[in-house]
Design a protein around this ligand. Structure first.
Ligand SMILES: O=C(N[C@H](Cc1nc2ccccc2[nH]1)C(=O)O)c1cc2ccccc2s1
Length: 155
């Protein structure tokens, strides 16, 4: 079904704006309101990410390093340093360039691009972080069993 006509996600309803004389979408749980229909839950998601693994990662190895021994705290510090490089005022670096050089995920070869994926395909903390981002926005540090991520939502 096209996005406009698929069932609205839970909590959402259509209301009529008398001021603007047009329908809008209102979430009775979050009290969020928006002019465009909320994305249906079955819509594919898209993201790029930078992953820094640590000794407790599900697979503490990557194309960069045979055996990864840094601590989770060190991984968080590295992710925060990368965040500063991405948002720096004077010389921001490109997300894809940092991902290609420094991500411990095999998607590094694709500038960190994970392509499109179904809801439920990725570890829940990762998917929840993607859903919490507007398209084009970058997350703070996100922890999964794989390590610590910075996520850029692409869809
Ligand atoms: O799980 C993957 N790679 C793991 C690390 C990892 N763990 C993740 C958890 C959530 C999202 C992306 C993640 N990447 C690895 O290389 O040890 C994936 C690599 C790629 C490459 C291209 C497209 C999708 C994927 S998912």
């Amino acid at each position: 079904m096209s996005k406009e006509h698929s069932a609205l996600p839970p909590g959402w309803e259509v209301r009529m704006s008398s001021k603007h004389n047009r329908p809008y979408y209102f979430n009775t749980e979050s009290k969020e309101s928006r002019w465009e229909p909320p994305p249906a839950r079955d819509q594919k998601l898209g993201a790029k990410h930078i992953l820094v693994k640590h000794e407790g990662s599900r697979r503490p190895s990557s194309w960069r390093e045979e055996t990864i021994t840094r601590t989770e705290a060190e991984a968080v510090d590295m992710i925060n340093a990368i965040l500063q490089r991405l948002i720096s005022k004077d010389k921001p670096e490109r997300f894809e360039d940092i991902a290609a050089a420094e991500s411990d995920c095999s998607s590094a070869k694709r500038g960190g691009d994970l392509g499109l994926f179904e809801p439920g395909a990725m570890q829940k903390p990762f998917e929840d972080a993607v859903l919490g981002l507007k398209v084009g926005k970058i997350s703070g540090p996100v922890k999964t069993q794989s390590g610590v991520h910075i996520i850029l939502r692409t869809r």
